[in-house]
Design a protein. Structure first.
Ligand code: GRG
Length: 288
């Protein structure tokens, strides 16, 4: 499947889940769902499974859609005044700017809980579904994204160690990007050693994704980002650029992507060509 086909399938699953009835809740959720996300995480899931030569069924895509629900929930909540206080996301008004804070909180709440309903309907063995739910809950909750966001908001204007910065990124952004690698391993029933390699691969790509996000926050415009640029710097956020400067951050991004490429070549019975374009897209052209 190409990226456009994956995006279209994810959109269809999400919209058919939320357009069952008309309500303000449905409208506000669909507003954010249709705001033009890249669907990076579901694309990763599909590409890893294709690397193992697995057929991409609607059930597989539902797992990707469940992940995208939580991702969208996190963006809505992240934009709220009490968090990052952003007016624009994906080039459009943020959910709370359009629908008000209470509705935005509820849209995020639904998108955070509904994935488990969707996963429960997937036509996989019960044991596989439970493993997927466990991994998704870990990736998004206390041990993952929410834990990372807590470090993030509490380290604004603070001197932060490299160790804490790595932990922040691994949890806030990394865990949700590692999930597609773990989920693909669960669905493809790979041996334990391969599952560990997949997790490490996801960790490198997740870290690279966040370093890149820190870099483009200072180098790109509103038009490219779809949100206010240089906000991390203005708010003295803990980022790779703040801790290391732009050039070193680019070098660290390059290192993470090189390590991902090495790992990619070591996974047994895996066609690494499916993931190489994604790794290349994360590279910044003038990197060192
Ligand atoms: C209620 C689920 C929930 C979470 C509460 C707000 C919060 C805790 C966490 C925020 C986590 C967060 C926003 C991390 C940033 C991750 C990141 C780099 C997002 C951008 O991802 P892209 O580029 O966005 O994939 P698109 O728009 O393409 O989907």
């Amino acid at each position: 499947m190409n990226n456009q086909e994956i995006k279209a399938s994810i959109d269809e699953i999400l919209l058919s889940f939320y357009q069952k009835d008309y309500s303000l809740l449905s409208e506000s959720i669909c507003y954010s769902i249709q705001a033009g996300g890249k669907r990076f995480r579901p694309i990763l899931l599909v590409k890893v499974l294709e690397g193992f030569n697995l057929k991409i069924t609607t059930d597989v895509l539902k797992v990707g859609a469940a992940l995208e629900m939580i991702h969208t929930s996190s963006l809505i909540h992240d934009d709220l005044p009490a968090m990052d206080n952003d007016d624009y996301r994906r080039g459009m008004l943020t959910n709370h700017k359009k629908f008000g804070e209470a509705n935005a909180i509820l849209a995020g709440d639904a998108l955070l809980l509904d994935p488990y309903q969707l996963l429960a309907t997937v036509d996989f063995e019960a044991q596989i579904i439970v493993k997927l739910m466990l991994s998704l809950a870990k990736a998004s909750g206390f041990q993952g994204m929410v834990g990372g966001q807590s470090i993030d908001i509490n380290s604004e204007n603070q001197a932060i160690s490299y160790e804490l910065l790595k932990q922040l990124h691994a949890k806030k952004t990394g865990a949700m990007i590692v999930f597609p690698f773990i989920a693909a391993g669960i669905i493809a029933k790979v041996p334990e050693a391969t599952a560990i390699q997949l997790e490490h691969l996801g960790e490198h790509i997740g870290l690279a994704f966040q370093i890149r996000d820190d870099i483009i926050d200072v180098t790109e415009s509103f038009e490219t980002l779809g949100k206010t640029p240089q906000k991390d710097i203005a708010e003295n956020k803990a980022t790779y650029v703040r801790l290391f400067g732009l050039e070193k951050a680019k070098q660290l991004l390059s290192e993470q992507l090189n390590q991902a490429e090495v790992l990619l070549g070591q996974i047994l019975d895996f066609n690494s060509e499916t993931l190489k374009p994604i790794i290349n897209q994360l590279r910044i052209k003038d990197e060192l």
